[in-house]
Design a protein around this ligand. Structure first.
Ligand SMILES: *Cc1c(COP(=O)(O)O)cnc(C)c1O
Length: 484
């Protein structure tokens, strides 16, 4: 499998690249995102033989199709070390040793549990594998990586828990001081691993993000200190997420003649893009239902064909904060497929986006093909998610978090008779206590081991939003690249 860019050139010399070549990279030199040259098609025989596989074996069968420069036995070992009951069966979901179990609310209505990993959000499923892949790739090239990131909550903690103790990797994670939930703050700041650096910035998330961009744009510094990222455009994260769409399908159906629909709480379009990839590989998915919160840029696109990224000032802080995104970074990957994989068209559209302008595909031949991709969409408000949390709790005795509630609300609106609906659970309620109390009048239960995380000793630094300071901080702790 070789990779190309959504805008044409994945490498400076224009040649396609291999999986390991794109693993550690961010954007392609032309600003585009890495995409496989074609989607591997899954045959009926393969689908049949995958039905009974345990999670790590299924993950290997799928991910192997996207990787041809890691020997099979080594890839299998990296995958098996990531997907273990010790890492992914943290909570008492009933089925003690199953990874991503399916919970059935009523016949034809299910929740796929993706949040039983170390940080209680679905991002662990991709990030844990990414940690192993990074460590492997760095050892093979005898190099090191300093990951610099900005987080408003879930991504930062998933990255830190995946990279802690990994050889050759340091993590420098910026977060806005006192802006994350108390649970999220405790989860991150209590890590004592010497390769993890939490830096609370006296400012807001955008200022953290701007600091990361400023450091990344200093190419001399970036090269000298081997600065990398783990953001949601990383292809390996997406490939890892494809797996649970297959897992959920097998759990909700008896035979491969059946179809299912998925409801997906969406922000950066990473999760649902993995569903799109699974569908393109041949998994019988009828609909991919994109759920947004009040930040409804994706819902607007699927309803109208107009993509209108919002400015920061028009991005609202909501009670499903991990979906407060108005420029969905992975969306370019779907548009690439929608426009017939024509990089010139994508490049032209994103010239508009990068200039802060909307684009419209309405009335074009591209938009005429939208139906064949199976997307549906809807938006959810604070009142909707509170009502949904309450209703699912009352009717089924099941407690869901505000993000998963957005997905369930929109999924139920779009549900079709006779088609199983699988709603993806993207985080556990314990992370978002305030909304749960508002909905049901009492606090969410804490999974075992998380009871008193607020009381643990903390290890973090505090800094002004000052690019020179963060550069000094990194330079003091990171070994410069060899030979300099
Ligand atoms: C990241 C996140 C999302 C959004 O996922 P995308 O892949 O960015 O679309 C939804 N819910 C939770 C809890 C998240 O952490």
């Amino acid at each position: 499998m070789k990779y190309t860019s959504t805008r044409g050139a994945i490498a400076t010399d224009g040649t396609p690249q291999s999986f390991l070549q794109i693993l550690l990279g961010g954007l392609a030199p032309d600003g585009g995102l890495a995409m496989p040259e074609h989607y591997p098609r899954v045959t009926e025989e393969e689908l049949e033989s995958w039905r009974g596989l345990a999670y790590p074996d299924l993950a290997f069968a799928i991910i192997e199709k996207f990787v041809d420069d890691v020997p099979a036995n080594e890839l299998r070992a990296l995958i098996q070390r990531a997907y273990t009951p010790e890492i992914f069966c943290n909570t008492e979901s009933g089925r003690a040793h199953e990874i991503t179990p399916l919970k059935t609310l009523e016949p034809g209505l299910h929740i796929l549990e993706l949040s039983n990993g170390p940080t209680l959000a679905f991002k662990d499923l991709a990030m844990q594998l990414l940690g192993n892949l990074f460590e492997y790739a760095l050892a093979r090239s005898n190099s090191e990586l300093n990951i610099l990131g900005a987080t408003s909550g879930d991504t930062g903690s998933a990255a830190e828990y995946a990279m802690r103790g990994k050889c050759g990797i340091r993590v420098f994670m910026l977060s806005p001081q006192d802006k994350m939930s108390p649970f999220q703050t405790a989860q991150m700041f209590s890590l004592q691993d010497p390769n993890i650096f939490n830096i609370a910035i006296r400012g807001v998330f955008d200022e953290c993000q701007d600091m990361v961009k400023a450091v990344s744009n200093d190419l001399e510094f970036k090269t000298r200190y081997r600065i990398g990222t783990v953001n949601s455009i990383n292809w390996a994260r997406l490939a890892a997420q494809v797996v649970y769409y297959f897992k959920g399908y097998f759990a909700a159906t008896q035979s491969n003649a059946e179809e299912v629909s998925y409801a997906v709480p969406s922000g950066n379009f990473g999760n649902v893009c993995a569903g799109h990839v699974a569908r393109m590989m041949g998994l019988p998915i009828r609909r991919l239902i994109v759920a947004t919160n009040e930040n409804d840029v994706l819902d607007e696109f699927f309803r109208t064909g107009v993509y209108r990224p919002r400015r920061s000032a028009e991005t609202y802080p909501t009670s499903s904060p991990s979906m407060d995104i108005s420029k969905a970074s992975n969306f370019e990957r779907f548009i690439f497929d929608l426009v017939g994989r024509n990089p010139a068209v994508v490049a032209a559209l994103w010239r508009e986006v990068d200039a802060g302008k909307p684009f419209s595909l309405a009335g074009t031949p591209h938009w005429a093909k939208i139906a064949q991709f199976g997307f549906a969409s809807g938006a959810s408000s604070h009142a909707d998610r509170i009502a949904t949390i309450r209703r699912i709790h009352q009717e089924f005795g099941v407690l869901v978090d505000p993000h998963s509630a957005d997905g369930i609300k929109v999924g139920l609106e779009q549900r079709e008779a006779g088609i199983p609906l699988i709603c993806l659970e993207t985080a556990l309620p314990a992370k978002f206590a305030a909304s749960i109390e508002e909905a049901i009048g009492c606090a969410p239960p804490r999974p075992k081991g998380f009871e008193r995380i607020e009381d643990r000793p903390r290890r973090f630094s505090v800094m002004d939003p000052d690019v020179a300071q963060i550069k000094n901080f990194i330079a003091d702790r990171a070994a410069p690249a060899a030979g300099r």
